[in-house]
Design a protein around this ligand. Structure first.
Ligand SMILES: C[S@@+](CC[C@H](N)C(=O)[O-])C[C@H]1O[C@@H](n2cnc3c(N)ncnc32)[C@H](O)[C@@H]1O
Length: 319
């Protein structure tokens, strides 16, 4: 379960107080519909939309980015970023996530075109324990082929590409690969999100970057047509979230696709678990991605490996 930092949770609650629940619920519904049919145009169209995004989507994008960056940190254990550029930063989910994983971050810059989104994100950031989040620079700007900012140790592009035309997606990925030591792209875990991630992965590999996560290799993706590589991050639902989304469960599973590349040496795992492990009496079956797609049976007689497989989860490295 990936939980928001306590001070972000409290700041979100405080900032929701200025909005009527009925209006937030309507905006949340409209946002869901817009994100299902991305149209390369702004999805957030009012202050209420921004608040509804922060209440219903930001915890999930925070969880997805946290899960993805955690895997990259495991592959590049010496990485100690000082600077982060967050492209299409929204209300700041990726700066909160990155600073929780790499407290070494000192200087954060977000590029965001929408002033209402920036104001909301800054309101949340003011409550952060990490000084870099409190003092982040929010640049009100459209994402262009040349982002005209200094290079950064970490560049995050989370849940943004769908709002841009394909040629602009390619341009921002290329610019990021040339200006960032590590580039993290996170998208919804849908066939379309995966397709955007796969295109970005090709550009990153074409520019000579190493893949830190999730792929253990830089060869072609071995998934057969019709399947899409995605992962799942579990997060608790707040009472407000349950009411806005008319949801019953006390948790939410955010599905996401991602690719994280680096210009420094990376040590990705031999393989990665691509589905929930299936457990039967004395036997765990893992679906693994290495250069190819594999099914591995780990039985009780494998001792420690069996114990590890029983504790392993979808998205984890293996062994
Ligand atoms: C779905 S939100 C994602 C926000 C944040 N990265 C996250 O993971 O929660 C996409 C954000 O990107 C911004 N955005 C989209 N296209 C943009 C562009 N061309 N230039 C600047 N900002 C853009 C939108 O205004 C919005 O705030």
């Amino acid at each position: 379960m990936i939980t928001l930092p306590a001070e972000l949770r409290h700041a979100l609650n405080t900032m929701m107080a200025g909005h009527r629940e009925h209006d937030l619920a309507r905006s949340a519904g409209e946002l869901t519909a817009r994100y299902r049919r991305p149209a390369h145009e702004p999805a957030l169209r009012s202050i209420t939309d921004v608040a509804a995004y922060a209440a219903t989507r930001m915890p999930a994008t925070y969880a997805a980015v946290t899960a993805a960056l955690t895997q990259a940190a495991a592959s590049v254990p010496d990485f100690r970023p000082a600077t982060q550029l967050d492209v299409g930063g929204g209300t700041g989910a990726a700066i909160w996530a990155a600073t929780a994983i790499w407290p070494s971050l000192r200087q954060l810059t977000l590029i965001e075109r929408d002033p209402a989104v920036i104001a909301f994100g800054q309101g949340l950031a003011a409550a952060a324990a990490h000084p870099a989040v409190r003092h982040a620079t929010w640049r009100k700007s459209a994402i262009r082929a040349d982002l005209a900012t200094p290079p950064a140790d970490l560049i995050t592009i989370s849940y943004v590409l769908a709002e841009m035309p394909p040629d602009a997606q390619e341009a921002v990925v290329r610019w990021s690969a040339e200006h960032g030591t590590m580039v993290a792209i996170v998208e919804p875990g849908t066939p379309d999100g995966y397709a955007r991630v796969l295109a970005a992965r090709d550009h990153l590999i074409g520019l000579g970057r190493r893949i830190a996560a999730p792929c253990p290799h830089t060869g072609a993706c071995p998934l057969p047509a019709g399947e899409w590589c995605h992962f799942s991050a579990r997060l608790p639902r707040t009472a407000l979230h349950r009411r806005l989304k008319a949801a019953e469960l006390g948790f939410e599973d955010e599905k996401f696709s991602y690719v994280i590349a680096t210009s420094t040496p990376a040590n990705p795992p031999e393989s990665r678990i691509l589905r929930h492990p299936r457990t039967r009496k004395g036997l765990v079956t893992l679906t693994l991605c290495s250069e190819e797609l594999l099914e591995e049976n780990v039985s009780k007689r494998h001792g420690d490996a069996h114990r590890a497989a029983r504790n392993a989860a979808w998205g984890d490295p293996w062994p």
